[in-house]
Design a protein around this ligand. Structure first.
Ligand SMILES: [Cu+2]
Length: 293
């Protein structure tokens, strides 16, 4: 007898929408049944534009500094960035956690050892202090980023953890000494880990527009405090570079990106298996067409 079964995927979504100046930011927290938490950010709004004498690109000389795209007659959409930072007060099976970078690298085989030239190796590095946990993403030096509870182990002895899984993001291109970059210095890295401190809540500081960057995540983290087996806060920054295009005008279609918090040796096996259907009717009993008549 062949048993076939299908179930709808059920995801709990908690949505928050914030109107900030000329944009709306839609933040979705998706809680999935396999333990994955996907955090999505969607941006829509009205572009920041400036006036121009140009009404057609044939009037623009190569050396003219437009710093944007001609969207319509006499309207330029200026190049800009968006950064959304998440303050994640992680508590994996208890308050005291550690941050582990799992770096992947190519290992070359020795001469005559194998017909293969290379294979992959993963090396775990437990971050001891804050500076050890500042991460700039690199495609050709990949790492996984785990938050683990070193005191809690699975049946086979792995520390229980969740990993932060970056997806599409962007790094700031401004000069580090540029005033907006000093105020937004939390964008200097995509990941930071700090020991929990209730006064350190806003990555750009409390009074961003009046500040000289003296109260940001970057200044707090400069103290390089110990973060091993401590109550930790993980900061992840999602970025978007935006070179406007005509489709963004006069109102923008939604642009979105996301990152995941994914269980890594948190469950003993795939937590989906053996889960009960959410409703009785979710579990159809299928039979071959010939036997149903
Ligand atoms: Cu934009």
């Amino acid at each position: 007898m062949q048993i076939r079964e299908s179930r709808p995927k059920v995801t709990l979504v908690a949505r928050m929408a914030a109107s900030v100046a000329n944009y709306d930011y839609i933040v979705d927290w998706e809680f999935q049944m396999d333990g994955l938490v996907r955090i999505k950010v969607g941006l829509s709004g009205i572009l920041m534009v400036k006036g121009t004498q140009y009404s057609h690109m044939n009037q623009v000389h190569q050396n003219d500094n437009m710093y944007g795209t001609l969207l319509s007659e006499n309207v330029i959409g200026v190049i800009h960035d968006h950064f959304v930072t998440f303050r994640l007060d992680m508590d994996i099976d208890g308050a005291d956690n550690s941050f582990v970078k799992v770096a992947m690298a190519r290992q070359n085989t020795g001469a005559g050892e194998s017909p293969r030239k290379s294979y992959l190796k993963a090396t775990r590095h437990v971050a001891r202090t804050e500076k050890d946990a500042q991460v700039r993403l690199k495609l050709y030096e990949p790492s996984e980023f785990h938050i683990v509870n070193p005191m809690k182990k699975t049946r086979v002895g792995n520390p229980v953890g969740y990993k932060v899984v970056p997806a599409g993001t962007a790094a700031s291109l401004l000069d580090p000494e540029d005033p907006p970059q000093k105020r937004g210095a939390f964008t200097n890295n995509q990941i930071w880990v700090t020991p929990y401190n209730k006064t350190e809540e806003w990555a750009g500081g409390l009074f961003v527009y009046q500040s000289k960057g003296e109260d940001t995540l970057a200044t707090w983290s400069e103290r390089d405090r110990p973060i091993e087996n401590k109550d930790l806060v993980l900061w992840y920054t999602l970025g978007f570079h935006h070179v406007p295009c005509q489709e963004d005008f006069p109102i923008m279609p939604t642009v979105s990106s996301s990152f995941d918090l994914k269980p890594v040796n948190f469950f003993e096996s795939n937590p989906i298996l053996g889960q009960r259907p959410t409703q009785e009717n979710d579990l159809p009993v299928c039979a071959a067409a010939a036997t149903t008549s």
